[in-house]
Design a protein around this ligand. Sequence first.
Ligand SMILES: Nc1ncnc2c1ncn2[C@@H]1O[C@H](COP(=O)(O)OP(=O)(O)O)[C@@H](O)[C@H]1O
Ligand SMILES: Nc1ccn([C@@H]2O[C@H](COP(=O)(O)OP(=O)(O)O)[C@@H](O)[C@H]2O)c(=O)n1
Ligand SMILES: [Mg+2]
Length: 212
Amino acid sequence: MLIPLVQGIRKFAMSAAQKPQIVFVLGAPGSGKGTICKNIVENYKFIHLSAGDLLREEQNTEGSEHGDMIKEYIKLGKIVPVEITCGLLKKAIEKSGASRFLVDGFPRNQNNLDGWEKVMSQCVDVKFVLFLDCSEEVCTERCLNRGAQGSGRTDDNLDSLKKRFNTYSNETMPIIKYYEGKGMVERVDSNRTLPEIFEDIKKIFTPFISQS
Ligand SMILES: Nc1ncnc2c1ncn2[C@@H]1O[C@H](COP(=O)(O)OP(=O)(O)O)[C@@H](O)[C@H]1O
Ligand SMILES: Nc1ccn([C@@H]2O[C@H](COP(=O)(O)OP(=O)(O)O)[C@@H](O)[C@H]2O)c(=O)n1
Ligand SMILES: [Mg+2]
């Protein structure tokens, strides 16, 4: 009797350990999410999934039934319904088969969070939220520069940026506060230079990797 029980426990422990680990990366437009995720991937074993990149890819996929809608939402800085975004994230996580992911730019509002909880909470393990805290002034300048350098994005202009910041303050900040209440937020001041930010990133990720 004891052997099946031990085997059962071991199987349970293994399946918990094998759940993909997720770190959400949140912050205002231009706070450096993409840049910092790239740095983390270069130094630690993570796969970077940007919700915005996945949506732009879907928007450009020929025959996509959501293409026009995504295009409109992005230009207006509105958050696309979670069924689409979470579907793309889930597919990418499953396809990759990796064990650690940086999910950049998600969950960005209550609808994103609810949809994620419903579909993903059983099969992944959200470890913490990396919050890149950066002033609107610095972020705006960075996004305008990104546009001027040929990002090709339809939303790196002052008009869209104002809308994106509104969405960020009204819809994303409450999600960051929610995770703060759960003691799950690692805040980094991303107004600074990249080497300064990376020093803080190391202090967060090195212990995390060695403990998990
Ligand atoms: N710490 C930083 N200092 C100066 N420029 C930065 C910094 N972090 C990012 N950038 C630049 O700012 C722009 C926005 O960065 P990005 O990583 O795309 O941010 P996000 O994904 O949050 O919108 C990019 O052109 C990037 O090269
Ligand atoms: N979870 C998400 C992430 C992005 N998006 C859309 O994609 C746009 C660009 O997101 P992004 O993460 O690439 O932008 P940055 O914050 O990186 O500049 C957002 O303004 C939204 O319109 C979304 O609808 N839902
Ligand atoms: Mg980005």
